[in-house]
Design a protein around this ligand. Structure first.
Ligand SMILES: [Cu+2]
Length: 111
């Protein structure tokens, strides 16, 4: 899980000051932490495992959640969503970054 290590690295870098800030912000109405959750990414399909409902994507960087560009696997909410998807296609995809398997909610083929 590359992203897990990446996030842990950031947490370690921010140290205790960052943790305290997060705790304070939780208690303050109207100052919610930046919402990660549902985000949109773009990338090129590198592999499809229809049976497992998984797709490997070489995605561009995703600023909303501070992800660098990389190739990684995503789960899809419905295997049927992979119907128009093929290796080499550029896609735009919406996924839940809070889900451990980064479940894709929708896919649009761009080219
Ligand atoms: Cu990634």
């Amino acid at each position: 899980m590359k992203h897990r290590n990446f996030v842990l690295g950031i947490v370690a870098a921010l140290g205790i000051a960052g943790a305290v800030n997060a705790a304070e912000m939780k208690g303050m109405p109207g100052t919610a932490m930046p919402a990660a959750g549902i985000v949109t990414g773009k990338g090129v399909v590198k592999g499809i495992d229809a049976a497992a409902g998984k797709v490997t994507i070489a995605h561009e960087s995703i600023e909303a959640i501070k992800w660098p560009a990389m190739t990684m696997g995503f789960k899809v909410a419905q295997p049927a969503m992979l119907g128009n998807v093929a290796v080499g296609k550029k896609i735009e995809f919406v996924f839940d970054s809070k889900d451990q398997q980064f479940t894709i909610k929708s896919i649009k083929v761009l080219e």
